[in-house]
Design a protein around this ligand. Structure first.
Ligand code: BTN
Length: 266
């Protein structure tokens, strides 16, 4: 592997947070998330971080594809990785939002770049998509509260073509021209592991205000994928989306529902 991913430094930084974590960087794979889910189904449940320089069948939420250009130069290549680990929170609701909060705060700590959260966990900048997050879980043992969770994250680092994308892309180098995938991986993993620990202990509640501070849908008119129109009132304590419609307040928990703002961000 030629690319400098600073695996030794990263391993040393992460060891105190998740001692058994195994790091792996591959040049190409179908999908880092598919691979960790396959391993989980084979009974391989150790904490794992799998980074890919190219994915041939990257996956997004709602069965969508996550494309990555095969020959992107290393300096502008996207960051694509999956983190797999056993987790046993008291309440799983809001996990994907909590992960979004953690990544958004790492990519734009002060908020000056305008990195916002679009429910449940896309990261947007001025209504363009910077980062997508896919969360899947596998059962560990029947009747156990613990599950193996696979968190797949894709971040646009350099310019990306808008062709075929539902949402126009944003990329990190718009405001951090020197940023690389390896640098960003190192920045976001330690806070992500800490936030996963916080979520396991206390659920979504400590993330609710942090989400609200970056919630791009709150206060905007929205359309749901079933055609319902309404006004977004933010998210509840369990991470559910609150939408005021003609029939009253609807709480949307299903990750199968997608939601779009009706007009561009002011
Ligand atoms: C979405 O936008 O709907 C989620 C996109 C998630 C993409 C990442 S890239 C690394 C990991 N492997 C995948 O196949 N998907 C996730």
């Amino acid at each position: 592997m030629a690319a400098p991913w600073f695996e030794d430094e990263l391993a040393a930084e992460l060891a105190p947070l998740l001692p058994a974590l195994r790091l792996e960087v591959v040049a190409e794979i179908d999908s880092t998330s598919s691979e960790l889910m396959r391993r989980a189904r084979d009974g391989r449940h150790a904490p794992a971080l799998l980074v890919a320089e190219h994915q041939t069948a990257g996956r997004g939420r709602l069965g969508r594809a996550w494309e990555s250009a095969r020959d992107a130069p290393r300096e502008v290549a996207p960051l694509m990785f999956s983190l797999g680990l056993p987790l046993a929170p008291r309440d799983w609701s809001g996990l994907s939002l909590a992960v979004g909060v953690s990544v958004a705060e790492s990519l734009d700590p002060s908020g000056a770049a305008g990195v916002a959260l679009k429910w449940p966990n896309d990261l947007w900048v001025q209504d363009r998509k910077l980062c997508g997050i896919l969360i899947e879980t596998a059962l560990l043992q029947a009747e156990s509260a613990e599950r193996y969770v696979v968190i797949g994250i894709g971040v646009n680092i350099g310019p990306r073509r808008a062709d075929g994308l539902r949402t126009a892309p944003a990329w990190l180098q718009e405001w951090r021209p020197q940023a690389t995938a390896a640098m960003v991986l190192r920045e976001l993993l330690p806070p992500l592991l800490r936030d996963l620990g916080l979520f396991a202990e206390r659920g979504f509640v400590p993330f609710a205000d942090r989400f609200a501070a970056r919630d791009t849908l709150r206060g905007r008119d929205v359309t749901l994928s079933d055609g319902t129109e309404g006004h977004c009132e933010g998210v509840g304590w369990g991470g559910e989306l609150l939408v005021r419609t003609a029939d009253g307040l609807q709480t949307i928990t299903s990750s199968e529902v997608s939601v779009r703002p009706r007009r561009a961000a002011p």
